[in-house]
Design a protein around this ligand. Structure first.
Ligand code: C5P
Length: 401
């Protein structure tokens, strides 16, 4: 099941660290390669020698080990795995992860990576139930981190309740699930994101306030389900996702060209906030203030990328999804937009100032399809993305009957 899978295993400092030794054995039995990292506290419970003997390879222990850095830097180490597993994940390690601290090798690896992450918490029941830990758990789950356990049971400290680390075979099962191929494996999906910039002259441009957050979250969610994502982005505020085929563009016309070059795709998700107009002809040199009055800017209409992709007679993606940000009559406007543009679905949201959605972390959307309108509850933008990605996977799934 795990043949040729590369697991980076971080062993935290708790009594459950002894179970990490068995976990290494079980993973290797299934064909996985295990690269172990032992925290300083972890080394109080199990020795580097036993960890490296079971893993059959070197154990990494210290951020400032110059030999390690010469052989393999900590950044590279954090990325050369299919999955990072933290077992045991102590309350302290989880707090560091939730805060984004990077004071030692383990926390630095966890911050420097974009590899999927699975943690197996282990701690005293009161520590698990503490509000601070519960807040950290919410943060980590919100960040997309997977959990194995903890279980309820007797603890080494003599207490009873949740906080006992999952058994090695339970962790192995969670690892197998985490590494299973997603439902979008083999699917090629185009995502547009961010604003476009339309030059007025060499130093000025027309833009809009799109941050690219929702488009980036959608690309990430599609990748997480196994899709090959072609990500065409205008100049966005936030960093593009890792692991996608990235194409940076400035203008609407460049975006359309990049989208057409990406075809054929199974689905196109047009989340970009494309400028409707550009200058009819941008000035070749910087426009000057003149005594003769204000400049007259003449506009030309930009191509509509969503409509162009939707209305292709040849090579139309099987599913084309557009977005509608409206301040009035959301459902009526978005329903009309779906028909006008010819796309299959519209994800509509109300961006009136009172909703706090524009520039915020949450979104409340309507999904409009040919069968009607679904109102999704307000939720974080990455949850909207995950739910949309799952719907896309369902829509592209081959008929089962
Ligand atoms: O017409 P409106 O801009 O409201 O439509 C929004 C939807 O159309 C979004 O999905 C956006 O990505 C897409 N769009 C486009 N090209 C344009 C304008 C909008 O693809 N020129």
């Amino acid at each position: 099941m795990l043949a040729s899978k590369r697991i980076l295993l971080i062993i935290g400092g708790g009594i459950a660290a002894f179970k990490a030794l068995d976990l290494i054995r079980r993973l290797r039995e299934r064909g996985a390669t295990v690269t172990p990292v032992l925290t300083r506290a972890g080394a109080e419970f199990v020795t580097p020698l036993s960890v490296s003997a079971l893993a059959g390879r070197k154990v990494f222990t210290d951020l400032f080990d110059l030999t390690d850095e010469a052989e393999m830097g900590h950044i590279e180490l954090s990325r050369s795995a299919d999955l990072i597993v933290v077992a045991p994940a102590t309350a302290d390690l989880m707090a560091k992860m939730a805060q984004g601290q990077a004071g030692d090798l383990a926390s630095t690896l966890l911050l420097a990576t974009d590899t999927p992450l699975l943690i197996a918490p282990a701690m005293n029941v009161r520590m698990w139930q503490h509000k601070a830990t519960q807040r950290n758990i919410d943060t980590l789950r919100g960040d997309g981190i997977m959990f194995a356990g903890p279980n309820d049971g007797d603890m080494a400290c003599g207490e009873h309740g949740p906080g006992r680390m999952a058994e090695p075979l339970e962790i192995v099962a969670a690892i197998e699930t985490a590494l299973a191929d997603g439902p979008l494996k083999g699917r090629r999906i185009l995502v547009t994101s961010g604003p476009t910039h339309e030059p007025i002259d060499p130093v000025r441009y027309i833009a809009n306030r799109s941050s690219g957050a929702q488009g980036t979250a959608i690309a990430r969610a599609l990748s997480a389900l196994g899709a090959d994502v072609v990500f065409v982005t205008g100049p966005a505020d936030i960093a593009p996702p890792e692991g996608v085929d990235l194409h940076r563009v400035e203008t609407a016309r460049e975006m359309l060209a990049a989208c057409e070059a990406a075809l054929p795709v199974d689905a196109a998700i047009c989340a970009a906030a494309v400028a409707d107009w550009r200058m009819a002809s941008a000035a070749m040199s910087k426009m000057k203030k003149t005594a003769g009055g204000l400049p007259q800017l003449e506009f030309a209409e930009n191509p509509d990328i969503l409509a162009t992709l939707s209305q292709r007679t040849q090579g139309r993606p099987a599913l084309v999804v557009g977005f509608a940000a409206e301040t009035d009559d959301l459902e009526a406007n978005a329903t009309a937009k779906r028909l006008r543009k010819g796309c299959d679905w519209i994800v509509a949201n109300d961006v009136s100032a009172a909703t706090g959605i524009m520039g915020g972390t949450e979104n409340a959307v309507l999904l409009i399809t040919d069968t009607g309108t679904e109102a999704w509850p307000r939720m974080p933008k990455d949850r909207v993305a995950a739910r949309l990605a799952q719907r896309i996977a369902d829509a592209l799934a081959p008929e089962t009957q």
